[in-house]
Design a protein around this ligand. Structure first.
Ligand code: 89V
Length: 340
């Protein structure tokens, strides 16, 4: 099988982890790197032995034969690069959040569909092993009829150190974390029919909201609350762990600190630790995220090879973004959104 050839656009904080994660998969090769600042692209290309460096994305598309492009640039550039790839008939993987608005994201999905080009979003949170384990418990039927679910991501990790641009976003925690947690809610319980959200700004130096609380009624009748915050101080500062609690008519499952999964039914409780796969290139402080990048890439690569179904297609991710931007609308107008 010949190697799948790709290029990456953008050489910021996440690019080295994306590249290292691609390196965990067989027969896939990065042949070119783009950054508008050539030196930044050269530095990453040198580190990973990538042959070609470009400071013009158009020149990269003109000169390279690609099986796909991995767009790891800022969200404000996604629409342009996705449209360019679609025009060149190059399959696209785009970092989350896909777009700056639901309208812009819809136009990106339409452009790729119109060009007959596969369009995937690198939405990796649902690929965390512990969250796949929660889904397996739900699907096992051991909890009976699921009534309520809660997803918590609350810490005071100095996320702006590695990603300073986040501090400048007018829309912060819902576009950064809501894109993840609301996608996990859909992954665990299907589509939402109602949504209500409250947000809070906390620190004056952070332009956007640092705290958001989203309550949804999911299609199957499950009431779900998603709590997200980068302004919460706990004794166990759990960045970047996600805690989950699911209550059913016959039992419950929790995912708690240090990846401890507990399933409780009338016959007692079982405890399991579902720690993330470790990789030599991963930052231990980001362990579950870095491990999930490999699994998300694996799924998308299988789809690109025609060997499997991509979970986070652009079409599917539009449904997550509808919840993200719906949450902003609900918070601004202090109203419950009816989604179905
Ligand atoms: O992984 C991400 O999407 C990052 C983080 C969750 C660390 O804020 O933006």
């Amino acid at each position: 099988m010949s190697a799948v050839r790709f290029a990456i656009l953008g050489t910021g904080f996440w690019s080295r982890f994306q590249l290292a994660a691609w390196g965990e998969l067989p027969e896939v090769e990065c042949v070119a790197v783009y950054n508008r600042t050539r030196r930044k692209a050269e530095r990453l290309a040198e580190e990973f032995g990538v042959r070609a460096v470009y400071e013009s994305a158009e020149a990269l598309f003109d000169q390279e034969q690609l099986d796909f492009v991995d767009i790891i640039t800022g969200v404000e550039t996604h629409a342009h690069f996705v449209q360019t790839a679609a025009q060149r008939k190059v399959p696209v993987i785009c970092q989350k959040p896909m777009g700056q608005s639901l309208k812009e994201a819809g136009e990106m999905v339409a452009a790729c569909a119109g060009a007959g080009v596969p369009f995937y979003v690198h939405e990796n949170w649902r690929w965390q092993g512990a969250l796949r384990a929660v889904k397996a418990v739900i699907e096992s039927g051991r909890l009976g009829t699921v009534v309520r679910g809660r997803i918590d991501y609350a810490n005071s990790f100095p996320v702006f150190t590695n990603q300073p641009f986040l501090k400048e976003l007018d829309q912060f925690i819902l576009t950064d974390i809501g894109t993840h947690l609301l996608d996990v809610a859909r992954f665990l319980w299907g589509e939402a029919s109602e949504l209500y959200c409250q947000t809070r700004r906390i620190h004056p130096e952070v332009k956007g909201e640092e705290v958001a609380t989203v309550m949804m009624q999911m299609g199957g009748g499950v009431t779900v609350t998603c709590n997200m915050s980068y302004a919460s101080k706990w004794e166990y500062d759990c960045f970047p762990e996600t805690f989950v609690a699911v209550e059913g008519s016959a039992g419950g499952v929790t995912l708690g600190p240090d990846y401890i999964l507990k399933v409780t039914t009338s016959s007692g409780s079982e405890t399991l630790r579902v720690a993330p796969q470790s990789y030599p290139w991963a930052d231990p402080g980001y362990a579950p995220i870095h491990a999930s990048i490999v699994e998300c890439n694996r799924n998308l690569l299988e789809a690109l090879r025609g060997e499997g179904r991509a979970e986070t297609t652009g079409e599917d991710n539009l449904k997550t973004l509808r919840l993200v931007f719906g949450a902003y609308e609900s918070a601004a107008e202090r109203k419950v959104l009816r989604l179905q």
